[in-house]
Design a binder for this molecule. Structure first.
Ligand SMILES: Nc1ncnc2c1ncn2[C@@H]1O[C@H](COP(=O)(O)OP(=O)(O)OP(=O)(O)O)[C@@H](O)[C@H]1O
Ligand SMILES: [Mg+2]
Length: 545
């Protein structure tokens, strides 16, 4: 048969791992699909934005060009196109950096010469390569050669064609055209204009760390330039999906952890329940055996006496004593079990009466006189003389003490000596039972007070017991507002101490009873209280009679 752990692991695997794997795969696939469609949509939107921006810039630029050429044509038609007038015209058109007019013969008409070598290199080849048909066709529409060089064919007042060549001022272009047309563009993305070399000429906001999505041509007005759309850091669909993925994975891991913890807790609960069931069945077996032994002794001795087979008077008395002692043991055992079940059911009641300690100790010990003598125990009793009467349920405390003495007897080895000691420590009464028996390992100190628990050593197991004695002891002293402690080591004996409040107050686990305590201290006989509680359940504060 497979072990419970193996079965549980298999169970955990099927109920956690398999569905978890399915959910993880489905989650991953749907996120991937989502990423693809989100990227597609994002690109489409970016393209729309870019195209719109390009059209806007193109339109503005064309308007500006046409306005300039219209004014120039007007001057040419009016025959007022002398050098100073043209200088003025250029000065008034900030978008135009330099203006040249070339005649049909290829000679510069305005100004006298190319203003610098760069202009000469830009315009001269274009002018020379112009086909004759272009001169005849004419037209205001500018032909653009490169970014900053524009050409247009106008006519003078006498109808002669004149080639207008001009270059654009990039700074003005950036400020007056690009900034003006792109600034108002509402979009989460960044729109930028790149020059022929791919360098950004203009961008709405700084481009640092932004990711380029796509670029489209700017149109006829600026053929080498491009409008590019950038995604600011963290807004690209891929990154958004990555964040989602991380969140999903995190939430999933937490879910798995919770499931795993749940299973572990469940498993522990199951184990505890199984243990408890085992302890209970041991308990039944132990109690039955404990009841049977004294009963058979009583029966045997009773029958022997009845048959009159004991002629010796001394022997007969001895037999009577055995019967008495065994029936006392039986009563103790039954009391223990009954009280235990009352406590378990929350029906145990205590009656607090101021009690002298010395007689209580003696009376309790008296019940053990015979077995102690029989087994050759050396008993030492020391009760401090200054002890006041202590408010307590004398029967219950006597029973607790009996259990400690019973254990001391039961778990003693070769060294048979027991010390009973009652003393005052601060505002508490300390009642100790010390033996030199087999002792208890430190790891078991807490567990021996649990119900049904017995130390799993062969020495313990060879001695009969039901495992409820110390659970009862603990309940009784705690109901009195006290505690029980143990000092013990294997092979070195044990010392169990009952701590009880001396009298100023009785502090149950749920509060204190000042009035009652005061009565107890003064020895008032009528001061009697009853309380009840369960072994694991809450203790109810005593009610007034
Ligand atoms: N004086 C002691 N010396 C060594 N071990 C002890 C001593 N007292 C208690 N123990 C250990 O603690 C366990 C619990 O004690 P407890 O009195 O509750 O049960 P029990 O003596 O086995 O049975 P019961 O008292 O119900 O007949 C014991 O089984 C024993 O292993
Ligand atoms: Mg016991």
């Amino acid at each position: 048969m497979r072990s419970p752990t193996a079965r549980l692991s298999a169970l955990a695997l099927t109920i956690i791992a398999a569905p978890a794997a399915v959910v993880a795969v489905l989650g991953y696939l749907s996120l991937r699909q989502w990423q693809t469609s989100a990227e597609l949509l994002f690109r489409e939107q970016a393209r729309d934005v870019a195209v719109m921006a390009a059209q806007k810039v193109d339109m503005m630029l064309r308007h500006a060009d046409e306005a300039f050429l219209d004014r120039l044509q007007a001057q040419l038609t009016a025959g007022a196109a002398d050098a100073p007038a043209l200088d003025r015209l250029v000065a008034e058109a900030p978008l135009v950096r330099r203006l040249y007019l070339v005649g049909r013969d290829g000679r510069l008409r305005y100004p006298g010469a190319w203003r610098d070598a760069a202009d000469a290199a830009t315009f001269e080849p274009v002018v020379r390569a112009l086909p004759p048909a272009a001169w005849e066709r004419g037209g205001k529409r500018p032909t653009v050669a490169g970014t900053s060089a524009c050409l247009a064919m106008l006519r003078t007042a006498r109808g002669e064609p004149v080639l207008v060549a001009y270059s654009r001022d990039v700074e003005t272009l950036r400020r007056d055209v690009l900034a003006a047309s792109l600034a108002g563009l509402e979009s989460p993305t960044i729109v930028a204009v790149l020059d022929a070399a791919g360098r950004p000429v203009y961008s709405r906001v700084p481009l640092d760390r932004a990711e380029r999505v796509l670029a489209v041509g700017l149109g006829e007005a600026l053929p080498d330039w491009q409008v590019a759309v950038y995604a600011p850091p963290g807004t690209a669909p891929r990154e958004v999906v990555r964040r989602q993925m991380m969140m999903f994975t995190g939430a999933f891991a937490v879910l798995l952890a919770i499931l795993a913890i749940g299973i572990v807790l469940c498993w522990r609960l199951m184990r505890r329940e199984t243990e408890m069931a085992q302890l209970k069945s041991d308990f039944v077996a132990n109690v039955s055996h404990d009841l049977k032994t004294p009963l058979s002794v009583i029966r045997m001795f009773g029958e022997t006496l009845e048959l009159g087979r004991v002629p010796d008077e001394e022997r007969r008395r001895e037999y009577y004593r055995v019967i008495t002692r065994e029936s006392e043991r039986l009563s103790r055992l039954i009391d223990n079990v009954l009280d235990f079940s009352r406590i378990e059911g929350g029906r145990q009641r205590y009656e607090w009466v101021p009690t002298a300690v010395e007689p209580l100790v003696r009376d309790t010990l008296d019940a053990f006189t015979y077995p102690l003598e029989q087994q050759g125990f050396k008993i030492e009793v020391s009760v401090a003389p200054d002890l006041p009467d202590v408010p307590m349920d004398a029967d219950a405390i006597g029973q607790a003490l009996s259990n400690l003495i019973d254990n001391a007897v039961k778990y003693s080895g070769a060294e048979r000596s027991i010390v009973l000691d009652a003393r005052r420590e601060g505002d508490r009464l300390a009642l100790s039972v010390t033996d030199h028996g087999i002792g208890i390992p430190a790891a078991e100190h807490a567990r021996i007070f649990e119900k049904f628990y017995r130390v799993g050593q062969s020495e313990t197991q060879s001695r009969r017991g039901s495992g409820v004695g110390l659970a009862l002891v603990r309940h009784i002293v705690e109901a009195h507002g006290g505690a029980v402690t143990v000092q013990s080591a294997p092979g070195q004996g044990s010392r169990f101490t009952l701590w009880l409040p001396l009298g100023a107050s009785i502090e149950g686990p749920h509060g204190s009873e000042g009035r009652h305590g005061a009565e107890g201290r003064h020895g008032s006989a009528g001061a009697s209280r009853a309380g009840q509680g369960g072994l694991g359940g809450p203790f109810e504060a005593p009610h007034s009679d």
